[in-house]
Design a protein around this ligand. Structure first.
Ligand SMILES: Nc1ncnc2c1ncn2[C@@H]1O[C@H](COP(=O)(O)OP(=O)(O)O)[C@@H](O)[C@H]1O
Ligand SMILES: [Mg+2]
Length: 501
């Protein structure tokens, strides 16, 4: 009897202990993947395992990223996109609400589409879609962005006018258009409704007037960002490497959201059409940063895409400083959640409710430093292990615009092994240009020097650099000044000229 009791206590104790000592990270075989087919993110805090991300074992390739301003959301996104382009040749489109990726994309050799500042999108463009499907998408966007759903008659009039405009322009509603012909615009739709109003025999002229008024908001001269011939080739958008869709030049949130929704709809349709191909990795990554209207509305394609999981061969990254702007359906369906520092209790409540992490983890998240992250992975396996773990910090990629100047064989052997001597100098392009400006070099000369350094893969030894500068007619004094500003010691600079003689 006594014995049995003791055993009872012991197994209770044991059970408790097993519970407490559950491993705080997924097993390494779930974190460490083939480096040629995965993206390195950082090192786990507890066991020091490199996390190399692949969606092969996850429920889907979509990612949410949250954290206060400055926590490192954009840094993560940039790092991820660069590596995805190395590893998978993945294309990327950033739906850039505030224009904050613009300069990075320019420096990385990507393409910038600046809506409201010279670039236009005709939201009636078909990009290989049937007019009827596009008409439905436009109505879906209006449903999200305006209160048109509460006005059934106006909604019907608008939908009908969009369809009729396609037909009038020679685009049969259920046929995939042939190349070459320009699609009509919302201006044509507005004109059609105005014509109907002018005829004077429609029973509810006030409804018609309101429908016209609504459409005019998006087609009025000067605000016709979406009602003019597109300057963007939508067919090519997803195969153009890195593209920044800069929305900061649009007048307000509604216009930005319209652009974002339109792009998501178009890409989704394109990917549906192309279907899943067995090629490895992701074909494309779409980034929605701070796009709260798109991330929060139940009817938005952002949510459909994430719900549909692995159906498309692109990954959607939704980033926001305010987790409550991201619909719960996104958190509960993405394969990967990246949680950087979060401070507000209300946001922590929301995240903890959606992702179900421990109080300990909650406390950690509120105290994270820049780049530290809790990661939640939804594995396809039914094996049970804690899915939220901490990455010491997201390890970044060297920006693509960095130039390296090395000392190379100008150093003597003893200096090579001297750890107090800096051997490599890294400078941003802007830095190099600024230093050259101070030597009074002309812009043409500076561009020619940059061109020569690009040809050398942005890494030159100091002798080769002096050669490039000399070739571009920079005199000796100016070269010395430049190398000093880079931080190279005088005794080494003097050697450069000995070699060059
Ligand atoms: N993991 C990291 N390693 C090094 N620097 C980082 C890291 N994350 C962010 N930073 C730096 O911190 C600053 C803010 O990061 P950013 O990504 O712009 O924040 P957020 O987008 O969350 O507002 C940037 O200067 C960035 O370079
Ligand atoms: Mg940011």
């Amino acid at each position: 009897m006594g014995l049995i009791r003791i055993q009872n206590v012991m197994s209770n104790e044991l059970a408790k202990r097993v519970f407490l000592s559950r491993p705080p990270e997924p097993p390494p075989e779930f974190l460490l993947n083939d480096p040629t087919d995965s993206i390195f993110i950082g090192i786990t805090r507890r066991f020091g395992v490199p996390l190399t991300w692949t969606f092969a074992t996850l429920t889907n390739p979509h990612i949410s990223v949250v954290g206060i301003t400055g926590a490192g959301k954009s840094f993560f996104v940039k790092t991820f996109l660069i590596r995805a382009s190395y590893v998978w040749n993945a294309n990327a489109i950033i739906i850039d609400w505030a224009g904050e990726y613009k300069s990075w994309v320019a420096q990385s050799g990507g393409k910038i589409v600046a809506l409201g500042k010279g670039d236009f999108i005709n939201i009636m463009d078909l990009a290989g879609m049937k007019p009827l499907d596009r008409a439905k998408q436009i109505m879906n966007a209006l449903d999200i962005l305006t209160d048109i759903t509460s006005f059934a008659e106006q909604r019907r009039l608008t939908a009908e006018a969009i369809e009729q405009t396609y037909v009038n322009a020679g685009f049969p509603l259920t046929q995939i258009p042939k190349d070459g012909k320009d699609a009509p615009t919302l201006k044509n739709v507005t004109a059609l409704l105005e014509e109907k109003l002018g005829e004077g025999n429609y029973a509810y002229p006030a409804e018609l007037e309101n429908a016209i008024y609504r459409l005019r908001e998006f087609s009025r001269e000067g605000e016709d960002y979406f009602a003019r011939k597109s300057t963007v080739d939508l067919d090519k958008l997803i195969t153009s490497g890195l593209v920044d869709l800069d929305l900061s030049g649009l007048p307000d949130e509604r216009f930005r959201a319209l652009a974002g929704l339109f792009i998501l709809q178009t890409l989704k349709e394109k990917m549906r059409f192309e279907g899943w191909s067995p090629s490895k990795g992701l074909k494309a990554i779409i980034v929605l940063d701070e796009a709260w209207k798109i991330a929060s509305d139940e009817r938005s394609d952002a949510i459909t895409i994430i719900r549909e999981g692995r159906k498309y061969q692109f990954g959607l990254i939704v980033a926001s400083q305010n987790p409550t702007d991201i619909n719960e359906a996104i958190f509960s369906n993405v394969g990967t959640s990246i949680i950087l520092r979060i401070r507000f209790e209300k946001f922590l409540d929301y995240l903890q409710g959606s992702l179900g992490f421990t109080a300990f983890m909650r406390d950690e998240i509120s105290r994270f430093g820049v780049g530290q992250a809790a990661i939640d992975l939804s594995f396809q396996t039914s094996i049970k292990f804690p899915s939220v773990f901490i990455i010491e910090h997201i390890i970044g990629e060297m920006p693509l615009n960095v130039y390296a100047i090395t000392l190379g064989d100008i150093l003597q052997e003893s200096e090579m092994n001297d750890t107090t001597i800096q051997k490599d100098y890294y400078l941003k392009k802007m830095d190099i240009m600024a230093k050259l400006v101070r030597t009074n070099a002309s812009m043409d000369t500076i561009n020619s020097i940059i061109f020569d350094m690009d040809k050398a893969n942005r890494s030159v030894d100091v002798k080769a650099l002096a050669g490039i500068l000399t070739k571009n007619n920079i005199n000796r004094e100016a070269i010395i000044q430049f190398l000093r500003e880079v931080g190279i010691p005088d005794n080494i600079i003097s050697r450069v000229f000995v070699y060059m003689r």
